[in-house]
Design a protein around this ligand. Structure first.
Ligand code: G6Q
Length: 546
């Protein structure tokens, strides 16, 4: 197998094709092919992907599909599902798909079928969430626990934050959810100042149970609870989600109240496991399982659909096409749904932590771009901020527009206006407006000849800016499951083509290490060797804090 993707035949064909194709305008492709909009669309259940507003033609897709074959994408997908240790730097299997393997067909890691353990944890989650939601598992003073505080960071936070917000309409009537992730004391203070210890359940989520932010926050919350309700209250008000039972016990949480997950689940891929406990407490286990069902449908599609009709594969191939050939190194995600406002932050970790790599699986520095910079925010809000650059800036940023057809809050015309905006953005970014068109419009609006000539360029839009439009019927647990699994697999496809390890995150280590050495210096117990800037900054902060 060719390990440097740039040396593959398909890559070379794509490079050549790019030279001829790069200036092609999408609006011309639409004019030439009246069926482009239906030709380049795929649906899976009620999820519909329109990828026609991308800069490609049939030949491009043909070469991209050849690339997928040449890098043995099919085999790589199968290896992931089968529990092979595809996280090679950490020698681990990557089995978030097993967490939602609803058929419970055996999945083996080191000869052991992991499905019974996964199902046992799901059953334990159901028992516990039911007990809390029906008021059988009560707080120390006998009150129902209705305030859930998830304490975790990164992969132990972003999934629960994103999914609970996305599924707000499914929350039990009396539940409130809060999240503490940042080590900044204000994060604890913001939450603790609002809640009542008697009705609060803290869910401490940490795969390793050694993460300084999470443990510091958890200790602060434990002290707050003990000050209010006494030492014994901890057993009734704290549960843990972790792979590390010893550390959980050391912290003082009864391991009966610990929900296990495994090292074959990466943090950013973990919301389908007990890491999603806060989600399940908010929406109920039945709804949580519907989210797993949705992801499972996407998994089956990803595993079995021919690549030319395979949603994550198509998205991943286009991602590579833009990143490596057009040199579009950023990527925007804009959900037109208020409840999906945290999806871009979630995907930012998923994509950038997975594919922000420079060394390939053959231990060689790569010679091509890898993961793009991902950002985004909820539409229409972001139309009033960064969309200016998307329309008229000098960089092209491929975008995903996510549009639920039905709102949970159909009030007057709100939703139709929202959808109209989403669709208009896709069309406007594709079509643009030539200087001539801008001039004609200005003239028609009664502007003087001088004003027309003064303004026409400012009012023009280059267009030819790509978007995918992803329509779902309604934002329910099932659709959310599909959507998130779709992005997980898209990231997988890109990582597989680049031949990188999408499942480690060694890049977060260096900063952590340095923080540990600077801390004693800030506290005045040590002095270290630093560059002149860092040394001065340490001294300045010490002085200001005196
Ligand atoms: C995710 C990363 C990272 C991790 C956090 C929290 O894939 O590994 O974001 O989730 O650093 O780690 P713990 O769950 O171990 O506290």
């Amino acid at each position: 197998m060719e390990n440097n993707v740039t040396k593959t035949k398909a890559w070379k064909k794509l490079a050549l094709h790019y030279r001829f194709f790069k200036k092609t305008e999408m609006k011309d492709l639409f004019a030439l092919d009246a069926r482009r909009g239906s030709r380049y669309a795929v649906s899976l259940g009620s999820l519909y992907l329109d990828y026609s507003k991308n800069r490609f033609n049939e030949k491009t897709m043909q070469h991209l599909l050849e690339l997928a074959d040449e890098v043995h994408l099919k085999e790589k997908i199968e290896a992931m599902f089968a529990g092979e240790k595809i996280n090679r730097t950490e020698n681990r299997a990557v089995l978030h798909t097993a967490l939602r393997n609803r058929a419970s067909t055996p999945v083996y890691v080191d000869g052991r079928d992991v499905m019974p353990e996964i199902n046992a944890v799901l059953a334990k989650m159901k028992k516990f969430t039911d007990a809390v939601r029906y008021g059988e598992f009560k707080g120390e003073t006998g009150k129902k626990l209705t305030t859930i505080v998830n304490i975790g960071i990164g992969g132990s936070d972003l999934g629960p934050v994103m999914a609970t917000a996305a599924l707000k309409e499914y929350w039990a009537k009396d539940v409130q959810c809060h999240f503490i992730s940042n080590i900044d004391g204000s994060a604890c203070d913001d939450v603790l100042s609002k809640i009542d210890p008697e009705t609060t359940l803290f869910v401490i989520v940490s795969k390793t149970f050694t993460t300084i932010e999470t443990l510091t926050n958890a200790r602060t919350c434990r002290k707050w609870l003990i000050d209010a309700l006494g030492e014994f209250a901890v057993a009734k008000h704290f549960v843990a989600v972790s792979t590390n039972a010893a550390e959980v016990a050391k912290f003082g949480i009864n391991t009966d109240n610990m929900f296990e997950f495994w090292d074959f689940v990466g943090g950013r891929y973990s919301m389908w496991s007990a890491v999603g406990l806060s989600i399940a407490l908010a929406i109920g286990m039945e709804n949580f399982e519907k989210m797993l069902d949705g992801a499972y449908e996407m998994d089956n599609h990803f595993r079995s659909a021919p690549f030319a009709e395979n949603i994550p594969v198509i998205l991943g191939l286009l991602g590579v096409w833009y990143d490596n050939f057009f040199n579009f190194h950023s990527y925007g995600v804009v959900p037109y749904d208020q409840d999906l406002r945290y999806l871009p932050a979630y995907l930012q970790q998923l994509d950038m932590e997975s594919n922000g790599k420079s060394v390939n699986l053959n231990n060689k520095f790569v010679k091509h771009a890898t993961g793009p910079v991902l950002f985004g925010g909820a539409g229409t809000d972001v139309q009033h901020s960064f969309f200016q650059l998307l329309h008229q800036g000098t960089q092209v940023v491929p975008l995903d527009l996510i549009v639920p057809a039905i709102s949970h809050n159909e009030i007057g015309e709100h939703h139709e206006i929202l959808v109209a905006n989403a669709l208009a953005q896709g069309e406007a970014l594709m079509r643009g407006k030539t200087v001539g068109e801008a001039a004609a419009e200005l003239a028609k609006s009664g502007k003087s000849v001088t004003d027309v000539s003064r303004l026409k360029r400012y009012k023009s839009f280059a267009g030819n800016r790509p978007t995918n439009t992803i329509v779902i019927k309604k934002l329910d647990p099932y659709a959310l499951g599909m959507l998130v699994a779709m992005y997980e697999h898209k990231v997988f496809v890109e990582g597989a083509i680049w031949n990188i390890d999408s499942f480690d995150q060694m890049g977060v280590e260096l900063g952590k290490q340095m923080a540990l050495s600077i801390l004693p210096e800030l506290q005045g117990h040590a002095s270290g060797l630093h560059d002149s800037s860092t040394r001065r900054l340490i001294e300045l902060v010490k002085k200001l804090r005196k």
